[in-house]
Design a protein around this ligand. Structure first.
Ligand code: ADP
Length: 311
């Protein structure tokens, strides 16, 4: 059985119920968590683990139950008795514009490096792939990031394919320079880079998807996927460059987690030895389906059906 682990933070998501100012809908979401969920839903034959820390609050225990409901392996879901789950609220104003408020500065997931001991390394070394994002790095306290990168290096030396998506969120970083320094280190270590153009345009002062591709190539990444919204996807695999057309979705409802769903389905396809063009087709189909529904994690069955039709 193929095995892949995602490391990051899942948070409690609150959003207003349509037409109400006073009632909220609660769910769970987080960039790499979303990818893990879509991967597992679409490729049940792959073992998908989530590496994180939850707290001692009720939301944390429901969150962990939810991981299990989604079929994720929770062997590396640690528990920090002194912390609680991170939380965010999505507000939508009268014109449909969304704004996000976060309560995550002391979240349990930030303490992950106190749990990633040598025993964890030896079990995770049996994985085929290990994925983290710019957000996974950003939430680790600055002085613990070197030990995170040593952990990634050790996984890579054991033959685990390292996957990275920069997912830049300026407010999580001390300075843009600190983000760019860490992203460069991640790009120099990863085997697969999954990059949204919009995410890195400002940080790296680039102008186009081609520039983003060139940036990843300059770090020697062997498999590169550049996501450029509805415009196109560019890929490079072992030096072979391809441009993939995207069928634009007419009825975009909510673009939250488009890139995450893309990543999950892309990695699941690649782990099942699906060629790169077909993997991009599946991933784009999943992302294009997710954005026609509200929320990061849409109801079970919808993406799976869309992919089954594509197959
Ligand atoms: P990220 O969310 O990682 O920044 P993108 O915004 O490029 O990445 O979106 C990820 C993927 O979602 C795209 O590669 C594409 O497949 C799909 N996607 C995004 N917007 C649209 C759209 N309007 N129509 C169809 N597909 C879309």
């Amino acid at each position: 059985m193929k095995k892949l682990s995602f490391m990051g933070e899942c948070m409690v998501e609150l959003r207003s119920n349509e037409g109400s100012d006073t009632s909220l809908h609660q769910s769970f979401a987080g960039d790499v968590y979303n990818s893990a969920v879509y991967l597992k839903r679409c490729f049940s034959d792959i073992q998908v683990g989530f590496v994180t820390v939850v707290g001692n609050d009720t939301f944390s225990s429901r969150m962990k139950d939810n991981f299990e409901v989604e079929g994720l392996d929770t062997s590396f879901v640690f528990s920090n008795e002194n912390r609680s789950a991170g939380l965010y609220l999505i507000d939508t104003d009268a014109s449909g514009e969304r704004s996000f408020t976060y309560w995550r500065s002391q979240s349990a997931a930030k303490t992950i490096m106190s749990f990633l001991k040598p025993e964890a390394l030896s079990t995770l070394s049996e994985n085929d792939m290990f994925m983290f994002s710019g957000i996974s790095i950003a939430i680790i306290p600055r002085d613990e990031r070197p030990s995170f990168f040593r952990f990634i290096e050790a996984l890579k030396e054991s033959g685990v394919k390292i996957v990275f998506d920069p997912n830049y969120r300026a407010r999580l970083w001390e300075t843009p320079d600190e983000a760019s320094k860490n992203f460069k280190q991640a790009l120099s270590l990863c085997d697969v880079a999954l990059v949204g153009v919009e995410d890195i345009i400002e940080l790296f002062d680039i102008e186009s998807a081609n520039d983003a591709l060139a940036l990843c190539e300059s770090f020697g990444v062997s498999e590169i996927v550049i996501k450029n919204g509805p415009l196109s996807v560019l890929t490079v695999l072992d030096g072979e460059r391809l441009e993939h057309a995207i069928v634009p979705v007419a009825n975009v409802v909510d673009t939250t987690s488009a890139g995450d769903a893309f990543n999950g389905v892309y990695l699941g396809s690649r782990l099942n030895d699906v060629p790169i063009s077909r993997s991009v087709e599946f991933a784009a189909k999943a992302a294009g389906t997710v954005i026609q529904h509200r929320g990061a994690i849409i109801p079970r069955g919808i993406v799976e059906t869309a992919l089954a039709e594509q197959r």
